[in-house]
Design a protein around this ligand. Structure first.
Ligand SMILES: Nc1ncnc2c1ncn2[C@@H]1O[C@H](COP(=O)(O)OP(=O)(O)O)[C@@H](O)[C@H]1O
Ligand SMILES: [Mg+2]
Length: 248
């Protein structure tokens, strides 16, 4: 599948990206392509630079070097401008607006969409993907469970009607059964036409969902490939999947 997809122009290209926080070099020359229709993951341990990568794409942190292209054009500007270009992020830690209701959170996500009929249609789609959000539409977001807040963060990002959905650790802190539910819906979102880039410490879940994967270590790319091949790679298994055999 990926071979066919890759004959097209990448939807997103990250080229030689560098990001530092003072003396800390968080991303050091990272490269990545996402093709239309794909689910691509970046796996890496805590502190590898995954969130920094997402925030640098979204314009939330300053890039020190390199380039990001979206649909072949330089992607620059602040995050609200980037959202209007067709990319939205469900951030690490959900970051829902706690004192607003579920419905109000979803409507905040729809700010770049001017067409009322489209907003209504997208809202119905989000409620179909996550029926729990429909049940809780009048509840304050701060009172939702972790899994429900994650659904809301994804739903809010979808309300911006993105062509590329970025997900930062959607499985973090959630029970396995909830992760399974959410990842099933991510597959459905992708099948309904949204390209996905996700970053995850949960390498197994991420690779099972994705077409292709990249491995990030201390801000650098150490391996990339077909997700199934990465799942079966002994080095990846030993480092990230906890199934590798000890050799000594
Ligand atoms: N706002 C910040 N100020 C200073 N250092 C930061 C900041 N955010 C992240 N870092 C550092 O940058 C590195 C990468 O962090 P991050 O991108 O959050 O990694 P990941 O998402 O893979 O856990 C880490 O060493 C982290 O401590
Ligand atoms: Mg992170």
């Amino acid at each position: 599948m990926s071979d066919i997809l890759q004959q097209q122009q990448p939807l997103l290209s990250v080229m030689d990206l560098h990001v530092s926080y003072g003396a800390i070099k968080a991303v050091r020359g990272f490269n990545l392509d996402v093709y239309p229709g794909e689910i691509v993951c970046v796996i890496g341990s805590n502190g590898a630079g995954k969130s920094t990568l997402m925030n640098a794409i979204m314009g939330n942190v300053k890039r020190q070097g390199g380039q990001v292209l979206f649909e072949g054009k330089p992607l620059d500007g602040q995050s609200f401008q980037i959202v209007t270009k067709g990319i939205s992020l469900a951030p690490e830690g959900r970051k829902v607006f706690a004192p607003l209701t579920v419905y109000e959170n979803l409507m905040m996500g729809a700010f770049p969409v001017n067409d009322k009929a489209k907003v209504k249609k997208d809202l119905e789609w989000v409620y179909t993907l996550f029926p729990r959000l429909r049940e809780r539409m009048a509840q304050y977001a701060g009172t939702l469970s972790g899994g429900e807040q994650q659904m809301l963060a994804i739903g809010r990002a979808l309300m911006a009607s993105p062509r590329l959905l970025l997900l930062d650790e959607p499985s973090l802190g959630l029970a396995p059964i909830i992760i399974k539910d959410i990842f099933r819906e991510l597959k459905r979102i992708n099948e309904e036409g949204v390209t996905i880039l996700l970053v995850e410490q949960n390498a197994r879940q991420a690779l099972l969902l994705s077409h292709r994967g990249y491995v990030m270590q201390t801000g650098q790319l150490v391996m990339e490939g077909d997700a199934k091949e990465l799942l079966h790679n002994p080095d990846i298994q030993a480092a990230y999947l906890g199934t590798g055999k000890k050799t000594h």
